[in-house]
Design a protein around this ligand. Structure first.
Ligand code: URA
Length: 232
């Protein structure tokens, strides 16, 4: 890869600015002053420094966020703040949220710039389970589980939901695990059985649980171990 591409991909500076930095002699590759901004480097193994700071090349970024209410899970939204707005300067890296949570839903959302990874998590064909903690307006009828296991007809899509599992926590709270992500799916499923969701929080995707260390609105990078759990 060209040196200027590596540094501009990392949003360090524009190609023009990188050219000027090379001219000044402040960029080194493996200890040698870079002579041309177009020179070829091995972005994964060469040690590139600007002054004394090592610039580590990373093509993809992966974050976990505990989404707060009042932000949408869009990249941009003319009317509301988004989860990407909550990430401040990191927005320059063309990151996007994986899948959708409603504006009033909290909890686990993955944010990345890796399209293939995102696709593997949300594609219905991959059947990655999403687990939600649900608070309901009316008392839970344990029979809901049977109905959810059989599947529920959703209109206007005219589809039957895939088998979903409800685990009761107490009279008004439960977990629901679904393997697809239709618009407002959890809310609509409970509406169909005559109840109403009043609080919704996503707590797990596949085997990956929302980390305990994140308050609502907080995010951090995923560790290598966590990425493995998420199938990377
Ligand atoms: N189902 C919903 O109804 N809302 C969400 O935000 C996620 C799943």
């Amino acid at each position: 890869m060209r040196l200027d591409k590596m540094l501009s991909d990392m949003k360090i500076a524009t190609r023009k600015e990188i050219k000027a930095m090379v001219k000044k002699g402040i960029i080194t590759v493996n200890g040698e002053i870079a002579k041309k901004s177009s020179e070829k480097i091995d972005e994964n193994n060469d040690i590139v420094k600007i002054y004394d700071e090592i610039i580590e090349y990373r093509k993809y970024l992966y974050f976990v966020m505990n989404k707060r209410k009042q932000v949408t899970s869009h990249t941009r939204d003319p009317l509301h703040k988004t989860v990407i707005d909550d990430m401040g300067e990191l927005a320059v890296f063309d990151i996007f949220p994986v899948g959708r949570l409603d504006i009033d839903t909290t909890g686990l959302i993955i944010i990345t710039n890796d399209g293939k990874f995102a696709h593997n998590l949300i594609s219905p064909k991959k059947e990655v389970a999403k687990k939600y903690k649900v608070k309901l307006k009316e008392k839970i009828d344990p029979k809901y589980n049977e109905t959810f296991q059989k599947g529920i007809k959703l209109m206007p899509e005219d589809i039957i939901t895939q088998p979903a599992t409800m685990e009761i926590i107490d009279e008004y709270n439960c977990y629901l695990t679904i393997k697809e992500g239709k618009f407002h799916q959890v809310k609509r499923m409970f509406e169909k059985v005559g109840n109403e969701v009043i609080e919704l929080k996503r707590v797990q995707i596949g085997e990956f649980k929302l980390p305990q260390d994140l308050e609502e609105g907080e995010f951090r990078e995923l560790t290598d171990e966590e990425l493995k759990i998420l199938g990377l």
